[in-house]
Design a protein around this ligand. Structure first.
Ligand SMILES: [Mg+2]
Length: 280
């Protein structure tokens, strides 16, 4: 389509979204399906020595628990190539001198942060409000007591972060809604403080991706299914944005997206990136 033919550079590395791009997850069944061409794409990148990683906004589990599940359904992704907003958050916390983090998330979220050397405190613990930072992530068991503790901490001066403020994401059964967005929205409304986002489309996430790939952002192809997530991040960070039609967004949807969300190219199968002159 003519609106997706602007000049682009050569990508020396690739960031993939997970849900809607490489796989579709089915939350009700707790399972995943690999999308057509995904296996061939990861295999070809490995063979060609092109660095890649997958960054999901799904924060429920540490990467070392998620990656084996993906390999079990046939997606050949090593643990060290899979990242979540928790990985990004840990780096931001280290840079800011944050030591003690109040976690509104599953045990998996806290485990991921502890794995990166942080001290985590859960919202029902004694003295929970005395934290350096509040981090909201996947938290289906969130209670009013948890929101209360987080509000007290933020009002007491704790920095405020969320894994994601994306309201919806694609699943096999249609759209599912983002708990981090709902919970951090509640805390923001009460405290008057807006959270910093660590997941996509934040610049924190873009910088993390480029750094991990050992590239400048302009050398990275950022591939995803959501104009408000991956391609917004690509535009914001100066990367090459590629939109897929296998998740939340149709070709017509991409065509109608705002300039700040618009991809440089749109593809209907993920393996199209292998022979479109994108990769160097
Ligand atoms: Mg997605």
């Amino acid at each position: 389509m003519s609106q997706f033919d602007e000049p682009i550079g050569i990508a020396k590395g690739v960031m993939f979204d997970l849900d809607g791009t490489l796989i579709l997850s089915d939350r009700k069944l707790g399972g995943y399906t690999v999308l057509p061409g995904a296996v061939e794409t990861l295999t070809a990148l490995k063979d060609r020595g092109i660095p890649y990683l997958a960054l999901t906004n799904g924060s429920a589990y540490p990467a070392y628990q998620q990656a084996p599940r993906l390999r079990a359904i046939g997606l050949p992704i090593p643990d060290e190539n899979l990242f979540t907003p928790n990985s990004v958050a840990a780096g931001v916390f280290r840079d800011r001198g944050v030591e003690r983090v109040l976690v509104l998330g599953t045990e998996g979220v806290a485990e991921a942060l502890r794995g990166d050397g942080l001290v985590t405190v859960m919202p029902d613990a004694e003295g929970a409000a005395k934290a350096d930072a509040v981090y909201v992530a996947w938290h289906p068991e969130c209670s009013m007591e948890h929101i209360h503790a987080a509000c007290e901490a933020v009002l007491g001066g704790a920095a405020f972060f969320t894994a994601s403020d994306v309201p919806f994401f694609a699943t096999k059964g249609g759209r599912s809604f983002g708990y981090s967005c709902a919970i951090s929205g509640a805390i923001a409304r009460v405290t008057g403080s807006e959270p910093e986002v660590t997941g996509k489309p934040s610049l924190h996430a873009m910088q993390f991706v480029a750094h991990r790939l050992g590239l400048d952002a302009g050398e990275v192809a950022v591939i995803g299914d959501d104009p408000r997530v991956e391609t917004e991040m690509a535009r914001l960070g100066g990367a090459i944005g590629i939109g897929v039609t296998t998740g939340t967004t149709t070709r017509e949807g991409w065509a109608a997206s705002q300039p700040e969300h618009r991809p440089h190219r749109v593809i209907d199968r993920i393996d199209a990136i292998l022979d479109m002159g994108l990769l160097g």
